[in-house]
Design a protein around this ligand. Sequence first.
Ligand SMILES: [Zn+2]
Length: 248
Amino acid sequence: MPASLGDDQKSEIIDAALTRLVMANHILAREDIIDNFGHVSMRHPLRPDRYLLSRSRSPQVVSRGDIMEFTLDGELIGEDSRSPYAERHIHGAIYKDRPDVNAVTHHHARSILPFTMLDISLRPMFHMASVIGPDVPTWDSQHEFGDTNMLVDSMEMGHSLSRTLGKGRVALLRGHGAVCAAGDIRSVIMVSIGLRDNAALVAQTLAMGKVTYLTDGEIEKSSNMLLGAMPLARAWDYWVARAGYGRL
Ligand SMILES: [Zn+2]
């Protein structure tokens, strides 16, 4: 970000980011990715060492005034007595470990949950799911932390999860849910929806026969195409309309 930006330009950039983050909350709720729990964040557009995330609130009702700013260690910027999400450390740890990631979702979409505990691959089986990437690893909090309340509520746990995510876009959490990470907010929505749909379709296919997963080459070429400007713009228009924003 050029240092020469004026105050007006800076506030315009922040304003646009906040609008998009609020809309992302509503879209992900509408698409049954996040429900009463789960969250979506973005890296601060002007301060890469900070991120933006709602206070602890159900995503469907998040508004501009709910968005808080955190350091990557999860410390709240400014005075605010409202409760943050206990699991915000998922976001900070991934932003710290992955400079290429600028948006993160954490959710418990029901179709993925069986795959968090079964040794069945969630590799993409159709082109729209290629954006999740070829590998879908599973993080099991038992391995390092034993019996917990299942929440990722410390930076130590966040970094442990981030190590399982590695350089990928998706990791499952055993008995809990998933994290999705991408370069921008529209891409992370596409990844989250692709993961949800792939899980449902793999389960449906397994009931009928053998799954034929996409090849590495098909995954790479399809995901590069889908995460391009035109498909993302077209998908975003569809999602915002479905989320109740009407025709833009
Ligand atoms: Zn959770």
